[in-house]
Design a protein. Structure first.
Length: 364
């Protein structure tokens, strides 16, 4: 007989379901993801650090877990909510079930609840604090605990590499700043022959430029970009000295370093089918996204940046480019895992930018 588990929201809503994964209780910020595939990449995405993920697609785990599709070696999400967790996955690449994988990483899950209702609550009220409770709950006490709960704000430090390392190539030298990178960023650069040095989130501009890179990439990552002051100062130090390309959190930090501001979204963008318009070409790209903060478009007007991409669903800023210097960024994930390959060209644009500026910038 399966053990019960309760999902408690800070607004007082309680969902009754069943345990899978770890037996531990947990608290975190609850969000939803609308992707229909890619649950392994999602659960291993460091941008979900400290969060409880709700999958809107009803069956999760049906093709199992394999060793090749992880975006990080140690997933850091707080928990997982699904309508149905598949107990017997079927796929030639399958190596472990979702349940066994979550147990291995000590991550709790709950299934058997109405995820449609939960998603509507989050869309109506915005992101909420939530808790997994394993026994019958004292509602008043559980809600009181959530209202006073203070979650960590050093998510980037939690997930970033502690020491620099190299993923070798034989062409352009790229420094990748790890704010909580997805492994597919490294893969995409390696596929284009780049020699990639991955460096910690708090690396200084001097340390980066000392390596004489042809370009710098600013990775995705979790949490509030305004907290990552070391990253903002680093960007100010390399701006104009070496070409760079920012993704997701890296995009937000780029904007902050140039004088724009960011704000927390009501429930964010998390999924694999988000339409984005490229303002230069007029083309629509179907993108993967995972972010809870966005750049304020009004404040961009007071900077040396220009908006290059916008989200069609809500008009938010999805891309920026410096008007004078070799630097650009996007809010979505062009490494495309999970998701389609529409925006993959941005890596090629970065390669072209590095080649065009080779020898014309001060990189050390």
């Amino acid at each position: 007989m399966r053990k019960q588990r309760f999902l408690v929201l800070e607004d007082g809503t309680i969902f009754k379901g069943y345990r899978f994964g770890s037996d531990k209780e947990t608290q975190g910020e609850i969000v939803f993801n609308t992707a229909m595939t890619g649950y392994q990449e999602t659960l291993s995405d460091p941008s979900y650090t400290g969060q409880i993920i709700t999958f809107t697609y009803p069956l999760i785990g049906n093709y199992g877990i394999n060793r090749d599709d992880y975006e990080t070696l140690t997933p850091s999400l707080k928990g997982m909510v699904v309508r149905e967790a598949c107990e017997m996955p079927s796929n030639f690449r399958n190596m472990a079930s979702l349940d066994a994988t979550l147990k291995n990483y000590d991550i709790p899950g709950i299934d058997g609840i109405d995820t449609r209702k939960l998603t509507r609550i989050i869309r109506q009220h915005g992101v909420l604090k939530a808790a997994f409770v394993n026994e019958e709950v004292d509602v008043d006490q559980a809600i009181a605990d959530l209202k006073t709960a203070e979650f960590r704000t050093d998510e980037v430090e939690q997930v970033s590499t502690k020491t620099a390392y190299v993923s070798t190539g034989n062409d352009l030298r790229v420094v990748l700043i790890d704010f909580g990178k997805k492994e597919n960023i490294v893969r995409e650069l390696n596929l284009r022959g780049c020699d990639v040095t991955v460096m910690p989130w708090n690396s200084t501009a001097e340390e980066i430029l000392r390596l004489r890179p042809d370009g710098v990439m600013l990775s995705n990552g979790p949490g509030n970009p305004e907290v990552v002051q070391d990253g903002i100062e680093m960007i100010k130090g390399i701006l104009g000295k070496v070409p760079f390309f920012g993704i997701c959190l890296g995009h937000q930090l780029f904007a902050l370093a140039c004088g724009a501001t960011t704000f927390k979204m009501k429930f964010g963008h998390r999924g694999a089918n988000h339409p984005v318009k490229n303002l230069a070409t007029g083309k629509i790209e179907i993108t993967s996204q995972n972010h809870g903060y966005s750049v304020d478009p009004e404040t961009v007007k007071e900077t040396d940046l220009e908006i290059t991409h916008v989200a069609l669903n809500d008009g938010t800023v999805e891309g920026l480019r410096h008007k004078e210097l070799p630097a650009f960024s996007v809010q979505y994930h062009p490494e495309a895992s999970p998701g389609p390959h529409d925006p993959n060209y941005l890596f090629d644009d970065f390669i072209q930018m590095m080649n065009e500026n080779k020898g014309s910038v001060i990189n050390g």
